[in-house]
Design a protein around this ligand. Structure first.
Ligand code: OGA
Ligand code: MN
Length: 293
């Protein structure tokens, strides 16, 4: 295989690897290191069954089965469908608004997500340009550039993350079909706390683990200082200089590091411009073995 770095703040393309075949241990280790270093890996021109996608993904850790139990591949609940397509019965074929604002996956969960792996089967294009890009921001770089006094102030502090924050924000957008979360759903996903600064398990370097999608409060600060600090961090971490965008092509497998990056799905395509993606969410259990789900 050949790992070609993008030359940008994130991203590398892995060529010459057929993901339908099992990885050797040496290949696995090379990809894991590359994921830590580049944050986002794309594997172009893949032809995979859902089972092969799942088998590739589960080399990297335990796979999440989405609690909503919706839009799952029949017989393979670890494979979820992201799509704006409607089936012959008039029902959506997939989750249509996944990730449409800046966040990192599952920071609201006690066991956080390590890597999300998407396989693009239908990608909308207009005038030859792909639509529905996935954008990323580099949290190794965002941490490194924080003012020294703030790095020290944040060391050892924790942030409360809440699933409901992103849900309620998405619901408030025009045209959202998300229903309100029920009291039972809110109770099933109580807020959790994680360190503001994580040592990345692959690179060994510090990363800023905060995101506008789910981060609510810096627990060790007064509410006023927390609000002010989070507002600063959200603006800081999303500066253009930390950002990279993946432009999708049919057959791409895209894999990202949820500990060292944030991401945002750009909803710039219409209902009649189909997007159809299969995904597997890999949990961080290989790195944070002592946490529970
Ligand atoms: C997700 C997500 C981005 C995309 O699946 O968690 O954010 O571009 N998806 O579909
Ligand atoms: Mn996401």
């Amino acid at each position: 295989m050949n790992i070609m770095e993008s030359g940008q703040i994130l991203g590398a393309r892995v060529e010459g690897l057929d993901l339908s075949q099992p990885l050797t241990d040496a290949q696995f280790e090379q990809l894991e290191q590359a994921l830590g270093r580049y944050g986002v890996l794309s594997y172009p021109k893949q032809t995979l069954t859902s089972l092969q996608l799942k088998q590739f993904a589960q080399r990297f850790g335990r796979l999440e089965i989405n609690v909503a139990n919706m839009y799952q591949e029949p017989g393979l609940p670890e494979v979820m469908i992201l799509s704006n397509k409607i089936g012959p019965d008039g029902k959506p074929l997939g989750l249509s608004d996944a990730g449409q604002d800046w966040h990192t996956d599952m920071s609201y969960s006690k066991m956080v997500a390590f890597s999300n792996i998407l396989y693009g089967l239908e990608i909308p294009h207009r005038d030859g340009e792909p639509l529905g890009n996935t954008e990323f921001a580099n949290m190794h770089a965002a941490y490194d550039d924080l003012p020294e006094a703030l790095k020290q102030r944040l060391e050892g502090m924790t942030i409360t993350h809440d699933f409901a924050k992103f849900w309620d924000m998405m619901r408030a957008k025009e045209g959202s079909t998300r229903p309100p979360l029920t009291a039972a759903q809110r109770q099933a996903k109580p807020p959790v706390s994680h360190p503001v600064i994580l040592r990345h398990p692959i690179t060994g370097k510090k990363v800023l683990y905060a995101n506008p999608g789910y981060s609510m409060r810096i627990n060790e600060m007064s509410e006023a200082e927390s609000d002010e600090t989070l507002a600063f961090l959200f603006e800081h971490q999303l500066q253009a200089k930390y950002q990279y965008k993946h432009r999708w092509q049919v057959g791409d497998v895209l894999m990202w590091d949820n500990l060292g990056t944030l991401h945002n799905a750009v909803p710039d395509y219409r209902p009649d411009e189909p997007r159809y993606i299969k995904r597997c969410q890999v949990m961080a259990n290989r790195y944070f073995a002592n946490e529970t789900v």
